[in-house]
Structure formats: structure tokens, C-alpha cells
Design a protein around this ligand. Structure first.
Ligand SMILES: C[C@H](O)[C@@H](O)CC(=O)C(=O)O
Ligand SMILES: [Mg+2]
Length: 443
């Protein structure tokens, strides 16, 4: 039973110095410090439950997102939780239609990341009050209630509410068996942690060898900065993992369209399943051109981690611009907007392979993809969820990986809560980790 009025919202700037080890590095983000704007919602319900929400950022960008969360706070404060989730579509629209903040969006960039952080906290609180992990809250929700959380504005030309209802109705068939399957086998994952761009060849080889021993069969490598380096690194990885294992490549938006096609024709011998973010995330027709050009090479295009919103996903699908769709739990407007994208992907029969390269993204997105399998896609063909082996120790309910699969979370909530001690230590700039680092840098 949903209860309580939101009595407090706090937001903190939490950063991890991952750049020191080259973790998370790619062709465009060479020194990423994995960071989060971390939101905590309190209520007057007297049950001690809080809602925790994050959005993923890199370093200094967190400052700006924290400001945007504070600017949105008045929409949430003093509201009854039951009014928020009772008409979640209206609340989503209220947040994304703020007359003054909308101008610096709309539904994109900093203000949308802030929306995600706030709404992720609301979903966490809702799931905790219901005593269920978020994936289970979604799986058990009746289709009409689920759809009442989605803003269909701008997507009804490809997906009406009635069509979405039909998809969810069809998804009821075999749902129980699929839930059982998830609880036993988990959701298949791939690892990105062996092959960040800043890692040396020795590190690549060592990490791939260890990952193979741990049962990983799917690997992603960062490419795009230097062709000769890419050829050497991809050869090293392919030789280490063997011809049968799955390899994906990620260029993080480094190339122009013709350059992407040319570059990938040189990397085709390493048999990548996909090239991810070959060019600007806003270039829908560019992605379509690359997709078309790479068909003869057997390489698909994957994108989504920097897709602004459901509208861009809609057009990517309409334009046949991607073969693998990568939702992100913190880039889009939380669960609400991700639900609409999962349903569109189902309509277009495009496999969803979520993005999770960042702090906390694995914790969150596992809920969405497990729900997707049980209630929407009903398929694991060509599907896998990204896994990165970093920073899970800072979360109160960290992901559980077994046999290279995500095991469904059992604790109530959205797995968003961080350990208070970790937050204190990594808060920027006053946490002890940053005080030391900044002093050593002479700041
Ligand atoms: C900066 C991030 O680590 C980015 O490289 C993640 C990413 O592209 C992915 O995980 O995919
Ligand atoms: Mg990527």
C-alpha cells in the first residue's frame, strides 16, 4: 500500500576516481571519473523507508546535474506518493514540462538526467513500500496500471496505448514460466571490463583470460581512436577468446559516417557482432547508412546509451538505423520512459541489449531487462545485458552475477541505495578520497 508525503529531497555529488586506472575509458572519454547525482527522498510515513535515485555522470558534469535536481525538487516535495504514482503519466509530464526548465531540454541533456535521478528515487520508494524488487513490481502490475506510467506523447504514430496493451496482454502467456527461468538461470550478460581503451595489451590479455575462466563468453572492446591500435588489440582479444566467443566493438561516437564504414571494414576480420555508437548519437540517418553499409560484413549497429529520449529511439527504429537497442536506466526519463522504448522495440522486433557501463547502471538496468523478458519480449535470442565489474562494493544491494548471468535481485526496491560510508568518502569535493586527491594535485 503506497503511503506518505514526500518530506525531504537531498542530492549529492558522488565521484569515483576511476580515471586513475583507465577504467571506463573509451575513444571519446579518455579520463572518466564514474560519478552520480545521488538523490534521497524521505517521507512522513513513519516507516523508515527512503527512496534512492541516481543518474550516471562523469566528473564535473555531476555539479550541473545536481543543480538541475534542485531546480526540479519543488515538483516532488510535499506531494503524496499515492498521488504521484496514482497518475504517474501526469507526474512524468509535469516534471518534463516545467515551463522554465523545459527550454533547456526538452526531455534531453542535463535536465532529463536530473529527471531520471528523481524518478528513479520515486520508483525505488514505491517498490520498497510494496516490499518487492522493482522488476517484480513491474511484472506483477496489471497492464493498464503499467501503461498509465507512460507518456505516449510523440510516439503514437508508431505505438498507441492500445497496441501497447495488446503487447502486454500477449506477454501474460508463459509469464510464470519465464519468471521461474529467470530465477534459476538469470539474464545473460556480456563483459566490457576486460577491454577499456586505456588498458595495456598485457592487461587486456590477462583480464580476458580470467574472464574466460569465470565463464564469460561475450566480450566488448573499445575502438575508434587509432586504427592500428584497434587491429592489434582486436587480434589479441580474438586470439585469446577464440573464434567461437562473441565480440562486440564500441567507438563511443568517434567517427563520421563514411569513416565508420571504412574503419569497420578493416575490423571485420575479427567478426564483431556489432559496432556500438559509430557516430553522433543524434545522427539517425547516419546510423541508418552505416547499418546498411555493414550488412554485407555481417556487422550490426548498436546504440542508445546517449539517446536523448523515446522520440530518438522511435526514429532509429523507423529508419532501420539499429540492429541492437541499448536502453539506459539513467539517460531516459527513468522506468516510465524506458517502458515505452521496450514496448516499441518489441513492436519492431529489435533485440534490447541494455547499456550498463557506469556506476550503478548494472544495479538498475537489470530490473528493466528482467521485466522485459518476463512480460514483453519473451525472448533471449540475440539479447544480453552489459556488465562492468566496477564499484559494486559501494551499493547496499549489489548485482549478483552467476555463470555470466544477472541473477534477479531479491531485495525490495530498485537496487539504487549506496552505502552511506561510500557516499561520505566519495562526495565531491569534501569526501576524504577527494580531499586527499585534490591535495596531492595541489588544489
Ligand atoms: C565512459 C563510459 O565508460 C563509456 O565508455 C561506457 C560505454 O560506452 C559502454 O559501457 O558501452
Ligand atoms: Mg558504449
Amino acid at each position: 500500500m503506497v503511503r506518505g508525503r514526500i518530506s525531504g529531497l537531498s542530492v549529492r555529488d558522488v565521484r569515483f576516481p576511476t580515471s586513475l586506472g583507465g577504467h571506463g575509458s573509451d575513444a571519446m572519454h579518455t579520463d572518466p571519473d564514474y560519478s552520480a547525482a545521488y538523490v534521497v527522498l524521505e517521507t512522513d510515513a513513519g516507516d523508515g523507508l527512503k527512496g534512492y535515485g541516481i543518474t550516471f555522470t562523469l566528473g564535473k558534469g555531476t555539479e550541473v546535474v545536481v543543480c538541475a535536481v534542485n531546480a526540479l525538487a519543488h515538483h516532488v516535495l510535499h506531494k503524496d506518493l499515492k498521488d504521484i504514482v496514482g497518475d504517474f503519466r501526469a507526474f512524468y509530464r509535469q516534471l518534463t514540462s516545467d515551463g522554465q526548465l523545459r527550454w533547456i531540454g526538452p526531455e534531453k541533456g542535463v535536465v532529463h538526467l536530473a529527471t531520471a535521478a528523481v524518478l528513479n528515487a520515486v520508483w525505488d520508494l514505491w517498490a520498497k513500500q510494496e516490499g518487492k524488487p522493482l522488476w517484480k513490481l513491474l511484472v506483477d502490475m496489471d497492464p493498464r496500471t503499467l501503461l498509465s506510467c507512460i507518456d505516449f506523447r510523440y510516439i503514437t504514430d508508431v505505438l498507441t496505448e492500445e497496441e501497447a496493451f495488446e503487447i502486454l496482454q500477449k506477454g501474460q502467456v508463459g509469464k510464470k514460466e519465464r519468471e521461474e527461468q529467470m530465477l534459476v538461470q538469470g539474464y545473460p550478460a556480456y563483459t566490457t571490463s576486460c577491454a577499456w581503451l586505456g588498458y595495456s595489451d598485457d592487461t587486456l590479455k590477462q583480464l580476458c583470460t580470467e574472464a574466460l575462466k569465470d565463464g564469460w563468453t561475450r566480450f566488448k572492446v573499445k575502438v575508434g581512436a587509432d586504427l592500428q591500435d584497434d587491429i592489434r588489440r582486436c587480434r589479441l582479444i580474438r586470439n585469446t577468446i577464440g573464434p567461437e566467443k562473441t565480440l562486440m566493438m564500441d567507438a563511443n561516437q568517434r567517427w563520421d559516417v563514411p569513416e565508420a564504414v571504412e574503419w569497420m571494414s578493416k575490423l571485420a576480420e575479427f567478426k564483431p557482432l556489432w559496432i556500438e555508437e559509430p557516430t553522433s548519437p543524434d545522427d539517425i540517418l547516419g546510423h541508418a547508412a552505416i547499418s546498411k553499409a555493414l550488412v554485407p560484413l555481417g556487422i550490426g549497429v548498436a546504440t542508445g546509451e546517449q539517446c536523448h529520449n523515446r522520440v530518438i529511439f522511435k526514429q532509429l527504429l523507423q529508419a532501420k538505423a539499429l540492429q541492437f537497442l541499448q536502453i539506459d536506466s539513467c539517460r531516459l526519463g527513468s522506468v516510465n520512459e524506458n517502458l515505452s522504448v521496450l514496448l516499441m522495440a518489441k513492436k519492431f522486433e529489435i533485440p534490447v541489449c541494455p547499456h550498463a557501463g557506469g556506476v550503478g547502471l548494472c544495479e538498475l538496468v537489470q530490473h528493466l531487462i528482467i521485466f522485459d523478458f518476463i512480460s514483453v519480449s519473451a525472448s533471449l535470442t540475440n539479447r544480453m545485458c552489459e556488465y562492468v565489474d566496477h564499484l559494486h562494493e559501494h551499493f547496499k544491494y549489489p548485482v549478483v552475477i552467476e555463470k555470466a548471468s544477472y541473477m534477479p535481485p531479491k531485495d525490495a526496491g530498485y537496487s539504487t541505495e549506496m552505502k552511506e560510508d561510500s557516499v561520505k568518502k566519495h562526495q565531491y569535493p569534501d569526501g576524504e578520497v577527494w580531499k586527499k586527491l585534490l591535495a596531492a594535485r595541489g588544489n
